[in-house]
Design a protein around this ligand. Sequence first.
Ligand SMILES: CC(C)(COP(=O)(O)OP(=O)(O)OC[C@H]1O[C@@H](n2cnc3c(N)ncnc32)[C@H](O)[C@@H]1OP(=O)(O)O)[C@@H](O)C(=O)NCCC(=O)NCCS
Length: 183
Amino acid sequence: MALGQMIKTWFQGLRFKSRNQQLPHPSVQSNGLNFRFAASDDIRSLLDIERDVFEALPWTFSYFQHEISGNSRAVFIVSENSEKILGYIGLRWNRSLTDFHISNFAVRKAFQNKGIGSQLLKAAEDLSSYLKITHLTLEVSRPDLTAQGFYRKRGFESARILTAYYNDGRDAIEMEKELKLEL
Ligand SMILES: CC(C)(COP(=O)(O)OP(=O)(O)OC[C@H]1O[C@@H](n2cnc3c(N)ncnc32)[C@H](O)[C@@H]1OP(=O)(O)O)[C@@H](O)C(=O)NCCC(=O)NCCS
C-alpha cells in the first residue's frame, strides 16, 4: 500500500495534534477500500464496532478520544467502504520510537474473513518500516486462540503470559514481531 503521502501529511498533523487540533485526513485506496487516520468525529463508529466485536470490556468514548485526539504518541488507522468504517487498528509508540504497540484492533463481524484485518496490519507494518520501528507488540486474551492464530500466521511470537491482566481476571499473552528493516 502506498502510504508515503499519507504518512507525510500525518507527520505534519502531529504538530497540530499536540495543539489539540484535528489531524488532517489524507487517505489511500487499496482493494476497493479507503484507509486513513481516524479523527475524533469517527469515535461513534469505532464504538459501534467495539460493541459489535468485543463481548467483554469494550473501550469507552473517552479512551478512544484520548488515543485519537489527546495522546501525541498514538494513532488509529481506519478502513472504510463508501458507506461506513469497517475496521481499525490503534498504534502507540514508545519514546525512543523503536516499538509500536497495537492498542486495539477490530473488524466488524459481518466483514471479517475478507482480508480487511490483514490489510490493516500491513498498513501498521508499512508505517513502522517508514518510521524505522523494529518491533510490534500486543496483548491478546489467553483463551482467544483464533486471534492468537491470526497473529502467529503473520509472524508474531508469544513473549510472556500476563496473569489476570484483564479486569475480569482473564490472562493475556503478550506477543511480538520483529520487523526487518529494509536497508
Ligand atoms: C482479528 C481480526 C481483527 C482479523 O480481522 P479480519 O478482517 O477477519 O482478518 P482477515 O480477513 O485478514 O483474516 C482472517 C482470515 O480470513 C482469511 N481471508 C483473508 N482474505 C480472505 C478473503 N478474501 N476471503 C476469505 N477469507 C479470507 C484469512 O486467510 C484469514 O485466515 P488465516 O488467519 O487463517 O490466514 C478480526 O477477526 C476481529 O475483529 N476479531 C475480533 C476482535 C479481536 O480479536 N481483535 C484482536 C484482539 S488482540
